[in-house]
Write a protein that binds this ligand. Structure first.
Ligand code: PBE
Length: 267
């Protein structure tokens, strides 16, 4: 049962991220599923959400955010997911690589590398932590590649480099995807000879870009649940190369010092 004092303290607000992010769509569904009529999901961004989280955390104040794993916030703070007994968020999922139709024939080197690209949550987190400790994403990505030559060698094994072909990748400004997209950009440029344009957009335009063919690929599709609405809309116009990372999760996240443990505690 809802502790009204807590609700009032929070102004009945859940701190979200950018409008259109799969987790925002899912959180609205979850709020309906549990009947959280009093509550409002506030739009913002990953950066604004984590800033609010850090501020609350340092003051030991309550806060509820839309969170996900892998994310550096779990390395820097003691946080917990609220239990989701109705499984509204859909449980464990993967991050998929999606490319435009025709890439296989037109840019086989990029296609085969993107098909092979896969890493672990700990890899992604190590890049994210470097970024949040002040390194530029390009530098953090380059250092990760340097320290993980064996892994990277497997991604590019047997692929013939190209001569300055252009490639466009899109991503959304989530720290997890800033990390992965910069690692992929670095490998395409330094190991395979591409000139990559990294285009930062919102979730809808990211998917639409691949569907239309303006964007060659993305490594930022959270499936099968978070981005399911986008897969439904664009699934027929893209090629799904499958998971590049396994073991992700999304949900409502709070500091561990908060005295609630389940989404049902907000009813
Ligand atoms: N995220 C991180 C994204 C995908 C990557 C969970 C914030 C979302 O769709 O909401």
């Amino acid at each position: 049962k809802l502790d009204n004092a807590l609700g009032e303290k929070l102004d009945y607000k859940i701190i979200g991220i950018d409008a259109g992010a799969g987790s925002m769509v899912k959180t609205e569904e979850v709020m309906n599923l549990y009947g959280l009529d009093k509550w409002q999901l506030v739009e913002g961004s990953d950066a604004a959400m984590t800033a609010a989280l850090i501020k609350a955390y340092e003051a030991k104040e309550p806060i509820i955010i839309t969170g996900w794993t892998p994310h550096w916030m779990f390395k820097k703070m003691d946080l917990k997911y609220l239990a989701d007994p109705k499984n509204g968020f859909g449980g464990a999922e993967q991050i998929h690589t999606i490319v435009r139709k025709g890439l296989r024939e037109e840019q086989p080197a990029a296609y085969h590398f993107l098909d092979k690209f896969c890493w672990e949550p700990a890899d992604m987190e190590s890049v994210m932590v470097q970024m949040i400790d002040g390194k530029d994403p390009e530098v953090a990505a380059a250092e990760w590649v340097k320290n993980n030559e064996a892994k990277v060698a497997k991604w590019v094994e047997g692929i013939q480099p190209v001569q300055k072909e252009k490639l466009t990748l899109a991503y959304v400004a989530w720290d997890s995807e800033i990390a992965s997209s910069h690692v992929v950009e670095h490998v395409l440029e330094q190991k395979l000879g591409y000139e990559v344009e990294l285009s930062q957009v919102q979730t809808g335009p990211m998917w639409a870009g691949v569907a239309i063919g303006d964007v060659d690929g993305i490594v930022a599709a959270w499936l099968p649940s978070t981005d399911t609405s986008y897969l439904k809309k664009f699934g027929g116009q893209i090629e799904d190369l499958g998971p590049n990372l396994d073991g992700t999760k999304i949900g409502l996240v709070v500091p561990s010092y908060m005295n609630i443990s389940s989404i049902e505690d907000l009813q």
